[in-house]
Design a protein around this ligand. Structure first.
Ligand code: NHW
Ligand code: EN5
Length: 388
């Protein structure tokens, strides 16, 4: 069934119920000197390149490959449209390796036809903090599909991760592979229901008119929580403490330090938005919410070409009820002209999704670990990790 994945150190379907297998690395590390020194072979017309994402020109080539060839929904109506600013942010966190930004070009024309990336991350699995690669943006040009290029790309990124003495990875996919750590459901909260219906993202409910639907999804003009404001640079230490303490409760979660919080959570226009609650009395930072901007191209509409989507990122509530905090997040997202607010059923999200009028989407997201076995499949609520 999975000719490639059967050969890799990942949990296999046949071992799913087997609790005699220990939790932890599937294969041990080898000395870095024993890691294959040469890149894997590509079919003759193609060559490996390391993509300098700092270069405006290279970033534009990656953007164009992804904009035309990256992930679509199951009916091919929408395609993710990560912006250049987003890619530059997503691929250059603290300690990133340029060698993990891997492209494939046609030798003759130099056209970029495939891409895969890794970034370093410390991820805690139960009690153990593991240095991992987060692998993302795997993309093969539509005209080069089903030629077994993807396994070569995956082996090459694995090799380059091993060269940095890192032996585990985390990744997500919409497809089922051996074997998910957990399977999450996408939920969607309409902010601009008329547009969503016009472009086929959602449908008018049974016995619903357009005007009733618009009224159903109306939100207040102003946020409700006293002390709710945008995160600022001086908040990094307090947000790091709040988030680290919150993420302790999940079986798998990132181990963020202040540098990570500065990179991943300080607001960046049209990339990531973060808000917090500063107690008007004590000036304590008690709550936090964030979302990232990931538009999708609309593939077949006369009237619209871009769907503006916000994706729930990390949220922490200690004083403000999570429901009220996320309602405020919806209010600011609506003000910023997002059409839809998306969320997975990870962490404590299931406590607000239905009440805040999110509905389940037709997409699922499977989370995976490479070379790390878990004894049990997790529930989405046990997962404290959001990948971009
Ligand atoms: S998930 C998004 C992936 N990208 C897309 O869906 C974009 C549109 N599709 C394409 O570009 C986020 C192609 O269809 C791709 C496959 C390139 C997906 N993950 O070349 P072949 C990520 O980026 C397996 C992993 O003929 P293709 C995460 C498939 O099961 N494997 O197919 C990426 C089969 O293997 P099998 C995937 O359609 C994580 C083989 O590829 C996959 O032309 C990567 C077929 O290859 C997917 N999304 O190209 C793993 N989709 O065993 C990182 C298909 O079943 C692992 N396949 O025969 C960790 C590495 C680091 C370790 C460090 C220690
Ligand atoms: C790695 N970082 O399928 C990502 N999206 O539900 C790679 N559906 O937008 C993995 N099909 O349900 C990506 N509208 C896997 C996801 C790929 C993209 C994808 C789904 C997630 C999606 C929409 C549009 C469906 C169009 C037809 C959807 C219903 C919304 C409705 C709003 C009102 C309340 C009920 C739900």
């Amino acid at each position: 069934r999975h000719k490639f994945w059967e050969t890799q150190p990942v949990g296999q379907f046949k071992d799913l119920g087997d609790t005699s297998l220990p939790e932890g690395p599937i294969e041990p590390p080898t000395p870095v000197s024993e890691v294959k020194q040469e890149p894997y072979n590509l079919p003759a017309p193609y060559e490996w390149v390391t993509c300098d994402i700092d270069s405006e020109e290279v970033c534009a080539e990656v953007y164009s490959l992804l904009t035309n060839n990256y992930v679509e929904d199951d009916e091919n109506m929408f395609r993710f449209n990560y912006s250049k600013e987003f890619l530059s942010w997503a691929l250059r966190p603290p300690g990133y390796f340029k060698s993990w930004h891997i492209g494939v070009r046609v030798k003759t024309s130099k056209k970029l036809v495939a891409f895969i990336t890794g970034i370093p991350a410390k991820i805690r699995v139960r009690d153990v903090v593991v240095v991992m690669a987060e692998v993302n943006f795997l993309c093969v040009h539509k005209k080069l599909r089903s030629k077994r290029l993807a396994p070569v790309m995956i082996k090459e990124v694995t090799r380059r991760v091993h060269l940095e003495n890192i032996w585990q990875a985390a990744y997500t996919a919409g497809v089922v592979l051996p074997t998910p750590v957990t399977t999450c459901q996408y939920w969607h909260r309409s902010l601009n229901p008329k547009k969503l219906i016009d472009v086929g993202f959602s449908r008018l409910g049974a016995r619903m008119t357009m005007s009733r639907t618009i009224k159903l999804y109306k939100l207040p003009d102003q946020t409700a929580t006293p002390g709710f404001r945008k995160m600022e640079p001086h908040d990094v230490p307090a947000v790091t403490r709040l988030l680290r303490n919150y993420l302790k409760q999940f079986a798998v979660a990132p181990d963020f330090d202040e540098n990570d919080v500065e990179h991943w959570l300080l607001p960046k226009e049209d990339v990531v938005d973060s808000y917090l609650v500063e107690s008007p009395e004590s000036h304590e930072i008690t709550d936090f919410c964030s979302f990232y901007t990931l538009p999708s191209s609309i593939l077949g509409s006369q009237n619209h070409s871009i769907l503006k989507a916000a994706y729930s990122y990390y949220n922490v509530s200690t004083k403000t009820p999570l429901l009220q905090l996320m309602n405020d997040a919806l209010i600011v997202a609506k003000k910023k002209d997002f059409d839809v607010f998306n969320a997975l059923d990870v962490m404590q999200n299931d406590t607000f999704l239905k009440e805040l009028k999110f509905g389940p989407g037709d997409g699922k997201l499977h989370y995976y670990l490479y070379n790390y076995r878990l004894k049990h499949v997790l529930r989405p609520s046990e997962l404290g990790l959001v990948l971009l």
